[in-house]
Design a protein around this ligand. Sequence first.
Ligand SMILES: N[C@@H](CS(=O)O)C(=O)O
Length: 283
Amino acid sequence: MSLSLSRCLPTVTISGRTRLSHKSNPTLILPVILQSNVHNLLDRTQDMMSTSSHAQQSAEQAVSKVTTTIAPTPATGGTLTLPRVDTFDELVQEIRRQLGLTSGIDSDDVDTEQLMDSMRLYTSKKSDWDKYAHTDLSRNYTRNGVDDLNCKANLLVLVWNPGRSSLIHDHADAHCIMKILQGELVESIYKWPEGDHPRRMIIERRAEYRENDVAYMHDKIGLHRISNETQRPAVSLHLYTPPWAAKYGCLAFDEKTGKEFKVKLSSLYSDKGVVCSGPADHV
Ligand SMILES: N[C@@H](CS(=O)O)C(=O)O
């Protein structure tokens, strides 16, 4: 039973979530219904055979089998079913679908946990995304456009040179989700500077990420800088939604004084695999 279900459903269930925000989407409803049928079956089985603890045990086992078979659980929470994401292109399609379902590009419309779950479901494969991953040793990193997701976001592949970092910066009130596609990156999270006096910026914490890790950042959490502290290039996928930084730029900060300055983020090193001309204006 578990085998045939997993074969016919190209989906993955995230266990423990109570929220089902894509009620209108049949690709999501179908597995949810099927899973709820299994639960109905269990209820009925339990009603009919309430005196038989053996039957009850088997029914419970049946449900747990289905859940574990169609439900690797990268996140915690109730029950939410997401499509499988086997390739980079499928991940882009899935992000497009999720952002397309929101009512606008207001930051509050975005279900960042679901986007992060889909990013987690994809296992990085270099041949999938290599055409976007342009390297330029004269820069700290390159910003390579993948998709603008119906103008609702920026999806970028960043290629980080060894020993290089971004500036400390904000995210223009947008959500930033980052998945490591190759190598390792370190995120240093800083407090927003307070007061008018120049003062060294305070690091709140450091996080180390490896291939396939997914991280989230927003101005409400603080400011950050990403660094490649290894001797090898690293590659990361960044989703910015809404695309405010590309539209309006973002703020960067001097680590020693906390002084802020505006940075444009509208130009790309390459777009959809094709190298663009023009100077870098990124952080
Ligand atoms: N936000 C930076 C990359 S990172 O340091 O998060 C950028 O888009 O260039």
